[in-house]
Design a protein around this ligand. Structure first.
Ligand code: UT7
Length: 332
């Protein structure tokens, strides 16, 4: 059995809504620019009572409830996040504690906004072995913590939230196509701020892997135009390649749930695939870019709103820092 069964999904979104208009008080921007260039109208921001582990645990609890599964029945917790609250332990271990999932092992993966595609692929590989029967996949992000509020080209893009799925093995159709592109790795990053430490020469220049790394200081740095171009190439490629592995065409997909980075990226990708935009689930207007949580939130919306039904062929497709990209095609 190489496929997955999605038993249930869930999500958590902070209550605080930040509108495009709110940004006009901190940077030189306007609702019209943000709306037409990105498709975004608002996004959610978490406060300190909603750390990343908490949002993830709430989404996980919601998904377990929908699946009718107890936390103690979960064998593996797999978390995707670019904004962990702690260096260690992993967000997955924190969520395990909060949920009381005492029989699970738990770990995080770091693939930025492509999270769900990588996590589903990894989950189904574990599920193909008998000792893992139930996997809880959680994507939880607090981008508002790593946003540079002086940079108008990035600060308007991001939002916070979490979503989760409970997976078990099945004989349903499944394929994946995962890649990371080293040529674009410098285009999108957030580097840990440099600390002064005893015993060493703190004046030694930081050996940089990316040009202008010092600009980051813990916040996102992005070459928006180049990431945009990359995304409009990578997303269709991933969809086509994942479909090819199942001997189907993108036209045979019932729904595509893309990473929500920019409405125009999604529109261009769909044009390249020769598919109508209606074949795509889009929620960018309400939540902005929530990194790996975006596809997970999209999937939960599709499940709960009945936009996908059992037997449908669904594709999740994303791209992000790395530059990672990838798609999973699965029978729901
Ligand atoms: O999750 C994965 C990571 N994120 C992405 O994938 C994002 C990919 N990139 C994008 O979505 C787009 O490149 C952006 C939304 C970031 C930028 O849109 P754009 O259409 O590529 O704009 P641009 O960077 O070419 O900038 C056009 C103009 C510039 O002004 P000048 O130089 O033409 O005078 C910018 O300074 O728009 C200006 N600008 C803004 N103006 C008002 C940039 N940001 C803003 C802003 N408000 N917030």
């Amino acid at each position: 059995m190489n496929g997955i069964d999605i038993l249930g999904t869930g999500r958590y979104l902070p209550e605080k809504v930040v509108t495009n208009g709110d940004f006009t008080s901190i940077v030189d921007t306007c609702d019209e620019w943000i709306g037409t260039r990105t498709g975004m109208k608002k996004r959610r921001f978490a406060d300190n009572s909603e750390p990343v582990w908490y949002m993830g645990a709430m989404a996980g609890e919601d998904a377990l409830k929908a699946a009718g599964i107890r936390a103690s029945d979960v064998d593996m917790i797999l978390v995707t996040t670019v904004t962990p609250d702690f260096y260690t332990p992993s967000t997955a271990c924190q969520i395990q504690l909060k949920l009381g999932a005492k029989n699970a092992f738990a770990f995080d993966i770091s693939v930025a906004c492509s999270g769900v595609a990588y996590a589903f692929d990894m989950a189904r590989r574990y599920l193909a072995c008998d000792d893992v029967k139930t996997v809880l996949v959680i994507s939880t992000e607090r981008l508002s913590q790593i946003t540079n509020y002086k940079d108008r080209s990035t600060c308007i893009l991001f939002g916070d939230g979490a979503a989760a799925s409970v997976l078990q093995a099945s004989g349903k159709r499944f394929s994946s196509y995962l890649k990371s592109d080293l040529d674009g790795s410098h285009l999108l990053f957030a580097a840990r701020p440099v600390r002064e430490i005893p015993f060493v020469d703190n004046t030694a220049p930081v050996r940089e892997i990316f040009p202008e790394q010092e600009k980051s200081n813990g916040c996102i740095v992005m070459g928006g135009n180049d990431v945009y171009k990359f995304a409009t190439r990578a997303m269709p490629e991933a969809v086509v390649k994942a479909c090819e592995k199942l001997n189907i065409t993108p036209g045979e997909l019932d729904l595509i749930i893309p990473h929500q980075a920019n409405y125009r990226i999604i529109e261009t990708a769909m044009k390249k695939l020769l598919l109508p935009i209606e074949k795509c689930h889009v929620n960018i207007r309400d939540y902005g870019n929530t990194s790996s949580a975006s596809m997970a939130i999209g999937l939960d919306e599709c499940v709960r709103e009945g936009l996908i039904k059992r037997g449908d062929m669904v594709c999740v497709v994303g791209f992000g820092a790395g530059l990672t990209y990838g798609a999973c095609v699965f029978e729901y």
